[in-house]
Design a protein around this ligand. Sequence first.
Ligand SMILES: Cc1cc2nc3c(=O)[nH]c(=O)nc-3n(C[C@H](O)[C@H](O)[C@H](O)COP(=O)(O)OP(=O)(O)OC[C@H]3O[C@@H](n4cnc5c(N)ncnc54)[C@H](O)[C@@H]3O)c2cc1C
Length: 263
Amino acid sequence: MAKRGVMEVSLIFPEAETIRKYYRGLIYLAARTCYSEKTPQQIWDEFITDKTPPERVMKLIEHVIESGHHSTIEHINFTFAISGVSRALSHQLVRHRIGVAFDQQSQRYVKYKEPQYVTPPSIEANPDALREFERLRDMSEEVYHRFLEQGIPAEDARFIFPNAVTTNLIMTVNLRQLMHMAGLRLCTLAQWEIRQLFKLIRKEVMAADPYFGRLLVPKCVPLGYCDEKRNEDEHCRIRPHKNSVFRVWELYKRGALVERETS
Ligand SMILES: Cc1cc2nc3c(=O)[nH]c(=O)nc-3n(C[C@H](O)[C@H](O)[C@H](O)COP(=O)(O)OP(=O)(O)OC[C@H]3O[C@@H](n4cnc5c(N)ncnc54)[C@H](O)[C@@H]3O)c2cc1C
């Protein structure tokens, strides 16, 4: 019986204490350097010796985040260990190119004794589909092992694996890009497995520091509206669709015009 892959995410670095001690300070340092005559060394020294009031630090951080001055949040990074996710997921994840680094378990160098697999819930819930899925999965595994026995290199034998086979990755990402990725991948229209991954990423960051965890939200939250064409019917109600917002805006403008003309 093939082993079931279990998705796990751990925030490896930094520890909560390091985040608490330095991360707000790093963002403050970057932002304050832009607006101050003081040197960054002076600004950091004041921060690290607790001479800068924490409210002042937070006020500036909130200002730069809200106003999109996001280069300032590229100075802080998070490293995650990710395991038990499907190759279907990892292929989507590594499409992100900017501000993020990946290392992934190699199917060239690893000869799997017991490959593990992710079963989609829709297949799990359908006994006929599940039987088919398991039959093909087990067959591919048998052929994989036969190929290895025949001296076919692992890098070629792996061609028989389905997308469902699991993989492990290390991902280091700066806060700006993590917010961007979470914005796309926590959207209810994102694929279920990668959405689950980002829920776990959010949980890890939240446990380390709720302020940073709360920044990881679907893109419609900071935007104020949903821009996904597939949600024009507003079946997802986290935020109104932009068509509704523009319709209301048109009505408001017309009303304001009439009011101006009749007053
Ligand atoms: C719901 C969903 C469905 C998807 N479906 C498909 C699909 O069917 N087929 C498919 O191929 N992909 C698909 N993707 C992947 C998607 O097209 C992107 O490749 C992926 O989300 C990476 O995000 P990004 O483009 O924002 O790039 P990132 O690498 O995360 O870059 C971050 C930001 O930096 C900027 N940037 C990065 N690189 C450049 C550049 N070269 N030039 C200019 N600006 C740049 C952009 O503003 C970008 O948003 C899907 C993604 C989602 C979330």
